[in-house]
Ligand binder design. Structure first.
Ligand code: ZN
Length: 265
């Protein structure tokens, strides 16, 4: 007889949980990439999606529906709103985006039904779950700020209280570590298979982008957080890029957005 391994112990008001969490960001309406990630990480306990579920890609409705359906699979699941989600709702002016993103944003806005809009409108851009901070862009400016260098990364450690914070937005899988007493954070890339031990420092971690990677690895990116072992493992998975590109061509989405998927730029 198999005895299920207990995942959670309740001790009065304190919850001690042991979870494997799939951490994803920037799906950008790329359903083929999202499905490949969900299949590769099918044994996780919870999912944290750091935002930009739509924008750029050809399947916004299906990606929102998928996140909506997943919302009820575990109480620790979280979904954030990103700048592209907000732009497609009209809450950010599309004029702030480059021409290709504007065109895709207008197309996406027409695709979304009232229920999709309602769902996206109610998402936070930042939250805390299981003792981890989650923000779309940065803890200092959750919708817009790009954490791309040591100075910006270092400054952002003053803007969250937990030991680690997950971010998306740049579409680059990376981490920043701030050791006790250090004046500056150290930055590192996260490549497929890298295991980051979340100890001895505070961390900002970007799992990379599911639907439009920009770190020259075109495979869909995701991370698996082990809350008990306190590790983050970076993963990449192949998906059917030509399929997404064909869907984009049929929707008349800009060529530049289609072509970049093959190169991961
Ligand atoms: Zn994005």
């Amino acid at each position: 007889m198999a005895i299920a391994r207990p995942r959670q112990w309740l001790d009065g008001r304190k919850t001690i949980s042991s979870l494997n969490v799939l951490v994803i960001s920037d799906i950008h309406a790329n359903l083929a990439a999202l499905q490949a990630v969900l299949e590769a990480a099918s044994d996780v306990d919870a999912i944290w999606n750091l935002g930009d579920t739509v924008g750029y890609g050809p399947r916004p409705r299906e990606c929102v529906d998928t996140m909506f359906d997943l919302a009820f699979t575990h109480p620790a699941n979280q979904v954030l709103a990103g700048n592209h989600d907000l732009a497609c709702l009209g809450e950010i002016d599309l004029a702030e985006f480059n021409p290709a993103a504007q065109a895709a944003g207008r197309w996406t806005a027409h695709q979304l039904g009232i229920d999709h809009q309602e769902y996206l409108r109610n998402l936070p851009a930042m939250t805390i779950s299981e003792g981890y901070t989650l923000a779309h862009a940065s803890p200092r400016s959750p919708v817009w700020e790009y954490i791309t260098n040591i100075t910006v990364a270092t400054e952002n450690f003053a803007h969250f209280d937990t030991d680690a914070c997950f971010i998306g937005h740049t579409h680059v899988a990376m981490f920043a570590a701030l050791r006790p007493g250090a004046s500056h954070a150290e930055l590192g890339q996260l490549r497929d298979g890298d295991v980051l031990a979340l100890s001895g420092a505070r961390f900002l971690i970007n799992p990379g982008s599911v639907g439009q990677p920009r770190d020259r690895d075109p495979r869909a990116a995701y991370g698996i957080l082990d809350t008990e072992g306190r590790t983050l493992t970076a993963h990449r998975v192949d998906y059917d890029i030509p399929k997404t590109q064909r869907q984009m061509a049929l929707a008349n989405l800009p060529d530049v957005l289609m072509n970049r998927l093959s190169q991961g730029i």
